[in-house]
Design a binder for this molecule. Structure first.
Ligand code: DOR
Ligand code: ZN
Length: 464
């Protein structure tokens, strides 16, 4: 037998620990993990000596802006950025124009993304008061999860956001019945509206006003509401981009009572504090906002002690011109930053420093997302029979992040330009095909495949 691809001499991160072995991939799947003569010859062979082969990394939270705002990013550039950053699978958010909250919008997004993606992708479906009757059909189309905002100033709020506890319960009940998780942007609308009105009426337009308009209490209040609703409805709750000590304490308590909650944070909350918005202005305007050092310490603590389960980049590209509008008046700039290409090198730098283990990084950046999306063990682990998708990492590579080397259209908005990091992906391999080699994207447009929520696993896998 000849295999399509053989990875030789690597340190393979298997479910049984790191082993020195070769991997043969055939017809998109891992055919064999063994050493020496037991491995077939490959049509293509890559020498991975000194490198670590991780399960293909998954970014559970990206905004590729396609359809609707493709001048900011599109599925081709976004997925090139994903491949460059070491991700083999991404899950794209539904706040498009039109929102991915109807079956028609969902289907047409799948079609468009299939024609452009370089890596595999999953799609969230949006939900709000206006599309509750359509949720079952969206689940049938393979939505990976539903997403709703508790605060969103958008003309599409009825398709993407909830306005009160009654709607929270309705949506959580629906998603629970469908057996699909509900992902929530948890920041309390009333708190934000009141704070914003006060700040604006006192003439504040400076960058710090953004942080003050979205206090930690807004997140903690919304997180409590969601956890309460999750407990009542039994849904699996995916709490996106947590930023505060108070929120992770709530999650920790809820987990101990058996609430099915999966928690996420993002690289910008782990590596930047609220100081950044004072230095970088609107470029560091993100929702929820960057926080203080005490919150950041709590986030690192909860990564280690398994309260936080996933790292999502929340890759949210905007144009430089729009960010510049916030120079004189912070309220005018859009929120979000493009981080998919730096998420892994930043985290590997912390692995090198001994802050987290590589095993924990794999859980946070692959295995737990695969479990949440019901794609485990086909994804999220390296075992015979699993998908042949890998992120090959060079842990020793020191380099400087250069915004002008990025694939995202939003490279001018990069927050980490000039940072020194240690560790990066040198190959991104999707179903046996190399899509990124030594920093260069070699995968072709349209190779990436739509990956619906897994239906085959009757067992549910608890994360961590
Ligand atoms: O900062 C953010 N940007 N937060 C969100 O909730 C949305 C995102 C975006 O889409 O730009
Ligand atoms: Zn987001």
């Amino acid at each position: 037998m000849q295999a399509d691809l053989v990875l030789k001499n690597g340190l393979v991160f298997t479910s049984k620990g790191i082993v020195e072995a070769d991997i043969a991939v055939n017809e998109e799947k891992v055919a064999k993990i063994a050493k020496g003569p037991n491995i077939p010859k490959g049509v293509k062979t890559i020498d991975c000596r000194g490198k670590i082969i991780l399960p293909g990394l998954i970014d559970p939270h990206v905004h590729f802006r396609d359809p609707g705002e493709t001048e900011k990013e599109d599925f081709y550039t976004g997925s090139c950025a994903a491949a460059a950053g070491g991700f083999t699978l991404v899950a794209d958010m539904p706040n498009n124009q039109p929102p991915t909250s109807t079956v028609d919008a969902f289907k047409s997004k799948v079609k468009e993304a299939c024609s452009k993606a370089v890596v595999d992708f999953c799609l969230y479906a949006g939900c709000g008061a206006e599309n509750m009757t359509e949720m079952a059909y969206l689940a049938g189309e393979g939505a990976i999860a539903f997403k709703t905002w508790m605060y969103l100033s958008s003309p599409f709020s009825n398709l993407l956001a909830v306005k009160d506890f009654k709607e929270v319960i309705q949506i959580f009940t629906n998603t629970s019945k469908l057996g699909v998780p509900i992902a929530v942007h948890a920041e309390d609308a009333e708190t934000i509206e009141q704070a914003t009105t006060l700040l604006k009426s006192s003439g504040r337009k400076d960058p710090a006003a953004h942080s003050e308009s979205r206090p930690a209490s807004a997140e903690v209040k919304a997180v409590r509401v969601c956890l309460d609703a999750a407990k009542k409805t039994g849904v699996t709750l995916y709490l996106l981009h947590l930023t505060t000590k108070g929120a992770v304490e709530e999650v920790k308590a809820a987990k101990s009572w058996g609430v099915k909650v999966v928690a996420e944070t993002c690289p910008h909350y782990l590596f930047l504090t609220e100081e950044a918005i004072l230095q970088l202005g609107a470029y560091a305007k993100i929702n929820p906002p960057l926080r203080g050092i005490e919150d950041q310490k709590a986030l690192w603590g909860s990564l280690v002690d398994t309260v936080i389960d996933c790292i999502g980049s929340d890759h949210a590209p905007h144009r430089k011109r729009e960010k510049e509008e916030g120079r004189e008046d912070i309220w005018l700039a859009p929120s979000g930053a493009p981080n998919i290409e730096v998420s892994l090198p930043l985290m590997l730098t912390k692995v090198n420093k001994g802050v987290i283990t590589l095993a924990r990084l794999v859980e946070l950046m692959s295995t737990n997302a695969a479990k949440l999306f019901n794609l485990y063990p086909a994804r999220g682990t390296i075992d015979e029979g699993a998908q042949g998708s890998f992120t090959v990492v060079d842990l020793k590579s020191d380099y400087k992040i250069r915004a002008d080397h990025l694939y995202t259209k939003a490279k001018e908005c990069m927050l980490f330009d000039g940072w020194m990091v240690k560790g990066r992906a040198i190959y991104t391999i999707v179903r046996g095909s190399v899509v990124m080699e030594e920093g260069v994207v070699v995968g072709s447009r349209g190779f990436g495949r739509f990956t619906p929520r897994g239906l085959t696993q009757r067992r549910s896998h608890s994360v961590s």
